[in-house]
Design a protein around this ligand. Structure first.
Ligand SMILES: NCCCC[C@H](NC(=O)[C@@H](N)CCCCN)C(=O)O
Length: 457
């Protein structure tokens, strides 16, 4: 390399942090919409007649197309073949279209016989048209937001590889969690006294459109970078290219298998749980409806600070595999408190804080560990595959939680009993702990270096 090598826009600190800000904001809007309905489970029961099982089906529909139509695998291929700008723009479009259907499903216009109502009322008549359209919207949204997430990971690698990658990923996750926080603490307020569900959804769609605009700004920077470093990016794209045959190789790698199983079990005990958590706060701990969402907001609130901090710690000190074991242990403690602990508010408060620690430890350690387990040439397929396996849990667990909740409360006219549903979450934690230990064992045997610092000195 010559000493007077031309500086690219990627070498400009302000340019890459600006790119981080644009794509993080996009993920903020995506995560906001993902959880916008979670604090409204009671209103959905009262105003729309959705049962808990139906609400669970809606929450799980996020992953229907991702799992059954292998959308994340196709997303990975499209990303590799057609590039960041095309994939990002197209799937953010899908995300907004899905969010709009979800919003429209909850409006009076639709429910009073608006466009599409009669059609949706003409089949599977045991389900309400509002539920069917909301599911259609949310499943499209799920495809869009997940592929946007994979695209954002790729963007961060493109701009931060060999630089502050783990910190950038930590900050991006922290910003996205800010969206969750806003959804949990603001959704009921946005719905107002009358609990008009469509109102927060309208805000959500508007936010997504603003996120889309931020992505356009990123696109301009990306275009500039591609023009400047065409050779480098072509080489990188070739290196990361998604090959379907790579998927089979991944399943011969015990490290990948264990981290994928840990991922699906850990995230199943967090995201699907968070869909029911506001209602749990009301039913078990007697929190006021409006405050219940803010209680669950403690979860992302802690992670906003802790995820980048742990990311920086792991970059410098290591101990990633041990931190994942610790995260799984905390998960078991927290869900045991929810399942078997007393119904005093202080316990709910402590459990949410501890869950915040687990939800910072595991993601901060897990995502930067994957490049240590999987060769760089298979990273694209590894991320797409792990998201896909994770989506199986994100699909099944809300449905199972809702069905268990309904079946264990038959004939109960008082507050709902969440014990059985929460015992399921304890089970996820126990299995997650088992796979975290298995991961540690294969790390020792195969020398992945999961407990070593990410930054090689
Ligand atoms: N750069 C790491 C990206 C993964 C972050 C991770 N997100 C996911 O795993 C998504 N597939 C699921 C998100 C579901 C809720 N929106 C995270 O920890 O958020």
């Amino acid at each position: 390399m010559s000493a007077n090598l031309k500086q690219s826009i990627r070498d400009s600190k302000s340019a890459r942090w600006f790119v981080l800000a644009t794509v993080s904001f996009l993920m903020f809007t995506g995560y906001f919409f993902t959880d916008i309905m979670s604090p409204l489970q009671g209103a959905l029961r009262d105003n729309f007649g959705w049962s808990n099982a139906e609400y669970g089906m809606f929450a799980g529909s996020y992953s229907f197309l991702n799992v059954f139509c292998l959308m994340l695998i196709f997303g990975g291929i499209i990303l590799d073949k057609l590039g960041i700008r095309f994939t990002g723009t197209s799937f953010i479009g899908v995300m907004i279209a899905g969010a709009f259907f979800n919003y429209y499903a909850m409006t009076d216009t639709f429910n009073n016989g608006g466009l599409g109502y009669d059609f949706l009322n003409s089949f599977l008549t045991q389900y309400k048209p509002s539920l069917k359209l909301a599911i259609l919207g949310y499943t499209l949204f799920g495809v869009g937001v997940e592929i946007a997430g994979i695209t954002v990971s790729r963007i961060l690698v493109k701009w931060f590889k060999g630089k502050e990658l783990a910190l950038a990923m930590g900050l991006e996750m922290a910003t996205a969690r800010g969206g969750m926080l806003l959804a949990f603490s603001g959704s009921r307020l946005m719905a107002g006294e009358e609990q008009i569900v469509s109102r927060p959804l309208a805000f959500g769609v508007l936010f997504l459109v603003i996120g889309f605009l931020a992505f356009f700004i990123h696109n301009m920077m990306d275009k500039k970078m591609d023009a400047e470093v065409a050779d480098d990016t072509a080489a990188a794209a070739e290196e990361d290219e998604f090959k379907v045959s790579d998927i089979f190789l991944l399943f011969k790698n015990p490290g990948f298998i264990f981290i994928a199983l840990l991922c699906v079990l850990f995230y199943s005990a967090v995201f699907p749980f968070s869909k029911f958590a506001p209602d749990l706060m009301v039913q078990k701990y007697m929190f006021n409806d409006n405050f219940a969402g803010s209680m669950v907001g403690l979860l992302p609130l802690g992670t906003i600070v802790l995820t980048p901090l742990f990311g920086a710690f792991l970059d410098n000190k290591g101990k990633g595999a041990s931190v994942m074991v610790l995260g799984a242990i905390l998960l078991i403690i927290v869900h045991s408190i929810f399942a078997f602990g007393p119904d005093q508010k202080a316990f709910a408060f402590i459990a949410m804080i501890v869950l915040g620690f687990a939800f910072s430890f595991v993601p901060a350690a897990m995502w930067p560990s994957i490049p240590k387990i999987v060769p760089e040439s298979r990273l694209g397929s590894a991320y797409a595959m792990i998201f896909m396996i994770q989506n199986v849990g994100l699909m099944l667990f809300p449905m199972i939680l809702g069905a268990v909740l309904d079946s264990s409360n038959q004939g109960n006219t008082g507050n709902l009993d969440y014990s059985n549903s929460m015992m399921l979450m304890v089970g996820c934690g126990v299995l997650a702990l088992f796979f975290a230990f298995m991961l540690k064992a294969v790390d020792k045997k195969n020398g992945y270096g999961l407990d070593l610092p990410n930054i090689q000195k």
